[in-house]
Design a protein around this ligand. Structure first.
Ligand SMILES: Cc1cc2nc3c(=O)[nH]c(=O)nc-3n(C[C@H](O)[C@H](O)[C@H](O)COP(=O)(O)O)c2cc1C
Length: 336
């Protein structure tokens, strides 16, 4: 087990570094390459637009969720409280950050208390599942009455991180076993390098029905971990991999074409409501944003509510400007 202060210091570093622009993908997200054909005759009133959706068989106000961000450090509790209260006020699902530290240290997890009636997604790393199995997964779900459990795949981050997990044998088997035995759905995500069609197919064969793409284009975990690593040798080894992965905007259509029945959450570099519309157009049912919620979450619940409201309004504008009254229409909107 890793030392408590080790984990808390690492999480505090992550939050401080994730706020810095230099740890966002340097080449941009590529989302701007995808242009909708403008429809200057929308034949709709802005108020006619309906962006409500369904996720995990429940209604949601809009097709996006608050992406997974770690607790487990000094201000983690406050961040989670602001995110969860805003999720509840806006009826937007929320993904929790890794629950590993809380479960190992036995600290309280209050997200369900703050967000009694929204979809909450639990979170564990794939290597924790491989090491500690189904029991840990059950505890993660039960501790917050999660509606689904997200398992994150982060092999590059583990390589760059000093003392990261290097043994990824039997991870797929652990995921398969968890998906077969857990009472809630298991969603598998990356953390910013992306899940492509090959991995998506293997996950589907292992019984997974939802993936969160988490492609390249937003927060770069290699860049963040490299910033924390003082070893010259390790920095030199990691340098070529700083830009590793595939862009979300490329991955979504590729995974959707290869696995049309797989539920897809578009994420990694989604920065505003127009990007949300682009993900939906490319085959995602849902989208997730992590880093854009970090600064508001450090401020207040009201700041997170305001961010959600702006994202919804931007999505509404994108729908209006493509003449899409609902998400079904948006999926068929013309692109250049
Ligand atoms: C501060 C911070 C902490 C994160 N912690 C986790 C985590 O504990 N578990 C996880 O699956 N992803 C975690 N992520 C990754 C995000 O969920 C997301 O996949 C990634 O940041 C790319 O999305 P973005 O470009 O919208 O930030 C974290 C992201 C941030 C910014």
């Amino acid at each position: 087990m890793k030392d408590k202060t080790d984990i808390s210091n690492r999480k505090a570093d992550h939050i401080a570094l994730a706020l810095q622009q230099k740890h966002q993908a340097q080449h941009g997200s590529g989302f701007d390459r995808l242009r909708f054909e403008p429809n200057p005759l929308p034949q709709l009133a802005l108020d006619d637009i309906d962006h409500s959706s369904q996720f995990l068989n429940q209604p949601v106000a809009a097709p996006f969720l608050i992406g997974a961000m770690t607790g487990g450090c000094e201000n983690g509790e406050m961040i989670n409280r602001h995110l969860a209260e805003a999720a509840q006020a806006c009826q937007i699902p929320m993904a929790l950050g890794s629950q590993r530290a809380a479960l190992e240290q036995g600290t309280a997890q209050n997200a369900r208390h703050w967000a009694p009636s929204v979809i909450l997604l639990g979170n564990l790393g794939a290597t924790q599942l491989q090491q500690q199995g189904l029991d840990l997964a059950k505890r993660a779900v039960d501790s917050v009455e999660a509606n689904a459990l997200i398992i994150h795949l982060n092999p590059l981050q583990e390589l760059v991180q000093p003392n990261g997990d290097r043994d990824w044998n039997l991870v797929l088997e652990a995921i398969q076993n968890t998906a077969a035995q857990l009472e809630v759905p298991v969603i598998v995500k990356e953390v910013g390098a992306g899940i492509g069609p090959g991995t998506a197919k293997r996950l589907m064969d292992a019984g997974i029905s939802w993936i969160e793409v988490a492609g390249r284009g937003g927060t770069s975990w290699a860049s963040i971990e490299l910033d924390r690593n003082d070893s010259e040798r390790e920095r030199e080894i990691a340098a070529p991999f700083i830009d590793w992965g595939m862009d979300t905007v490329e991955l979504l259509p590729a995974v959707h074409a290869a696995c049309p029945t797989l539920g897809l959450i578009g994420s990694g570099g989604v920065r505003h409501g127009l990007d949300i519309a682009r993900c939906i157009r490319l085959g995602a049912q849902m989208t997730a944003l992590a880093q854009p919620f970090l600064a508001p979450a450090l401020e207040s619940t009201e700041a997170v509510v305001e961010k959600i409201s702006i994202l919804q309004q931007q999505l509404r504008w994108a729908m209006f400007l493509t003449g899409s009254q609902n998400l079904h229409d948006l999926r068929g909107a013309a692109i250049a």
